[in-house]
Design a protein around this ligand. Sequence first.
Ligand code: NOJ
Length: 583
Amino acid sequence: MPPLYQLLVSLLPLARSPASPLQHPKGDHASASRSYGELDSWIERQKEVAAERAFANIGKDPNYYYTWTRDAALTASGLLSLLPSPSSGTPFPVSPSSGDDPDTRFYSSLSNRTLSFFADYIDAQTKLQHLDNPSGTYEDLEGLGEPKFEADGAAFTGDWGRPQRDGPALRASAVMRFLHHATAQDDLDDRLRAKAVRLVQADLDYTAKFWNHTTFDLWEEVRGSSFFTTVAQVRALSLGAQVFASLDPQKSERYRTAARKVLCFAQEYLENGVEGKWVRSNINVENGVERSGLDANSLLATLLSSPASSSCAAHLFTPCSPTSLTSLSAVLRSFTSLYPINRPRVSRLSRLFTSEQQTTFATPPSFVPAPLRPLAIGRYREDVYYGGNPWYLTTLAAAEQLYRAVIAWEKNGKIVVNGDAKFWGALLERQVSEGSYERRTEGTFEAMVNAAKGFADGLQEDEDSSAELECPDGSEYNGTMSVGFEVEVKTEWGESILLAGSSPSLGRWNLAHAVWLSAAEYTEENPVWNTKQKVEVEGRRGIEYKFVKLEADGTVVWEGGKNRILYTSSDGERVVRAEWNGA
Ligand code: NOJ
């Protein structure tokens, strides 16, 4: 599974990149494990490249050549995520004992570089903390909210969106994580430790003092309360309460009390939507910016929780919290139809359901929510920066949220659906009831986990539809047909009819990707379900297919008899009319 470091791979917008480095060879269902294997080995190869870039991620066009408090802290935390966790028992720094093993060499060099990076980072950030700047000073603490400094360590005095109150919280968390790593291995000199503790303490004091003051958000555009900032503050203060428990019990108690208050404040961002509670990322907006509030801000915030945490409690906003999943769905839907890169991903029929209206949560005309599609997403749909683009950083955040949720569910051995039944309905494309789905007692848990993993993988696929049509030299390619399908079948209220088949456009027998038929023309006299728009059916000699009934309770009934065959012997259009085979 792609871990956090993929988030560090690039800040470039997806649409500008000629070929996605994340693309991996397509495989049909039968060869899925082969393509996952290839993805895994790609990740293995990219590890070193990604680490290298994390140390060098700064550029002058556009001019990002500054020290950014937030970026530096997230990068520092990201480096720690690349290393074996302290609980794994692997020493930090990793000693290159078994010389030739490339993995050991990689971790050994990375951990040494990370150690020296943190020594510099703690040193430089301590100086910046004490520097008078346009946000304030060290004495009044306000200076800690300054978002950027000149690369030579001077204050940046130009106009900017300041203060940004997530910076100190993120920095404190990064340094506390570092202390945890290094202390677990007894590998920290006392001076560095003392300096790190002072740095963290000032950042936590700042956070405890100013958490309920407005701030510029992580995109540096909206002045108000920002969900990402609030969550960063909860995480830092609660970790701070732990870290200071033995160092300074009074401080620890202060941080714990503040953490509780900030966590309660975080619930203020929740809104009721037709798919459940979702996070409006910006509230108390002061500078007049108008947005839907559906923003990758809320997905990135889930990734601030400890990777070791497996709690899925709604109020904690971890990756697997029902509120986080509902927000993920709402954010993904808000990007439907926005970017050309997504067009092949949104099947014709699902486009019928998922109109632009989704941002306002129009109820889809079905008992299950419109299917969710893995889309490349940007920051928020109103974004115009650089023309407004999908970004690796945000798209991979969506994938990472799901991977981390899967890890938590696997660890817990169950998924509790509580307020997020519509998210699951949209993912599994069938009705899912509230309740606890335990591993092994029945197949639903596995189906849910696989759907979430498959969806997260899908976010990283290059969905250029032309790849589906490629044909090796010398083979007989017989064409693509535009086919309308109609089936006469009596159905009850709440039932749906799907079309599944061997071709990619029919989902390669995978029901999650099958085509949903429409009952718009269904009458008592003429009980017909049809594809409404024609389906592009591609194949060499012919394809196989069947109609499938989805009953109101989610039971799947396949048509009887042999698979139907459609010969795609020429280019062109046609309509296939069939009767349901009840045999
Ligand atoms: C703009 C981004 O929106 C913000 O999150 C980041 O801190 C700065 N650029 C610097 O990279």
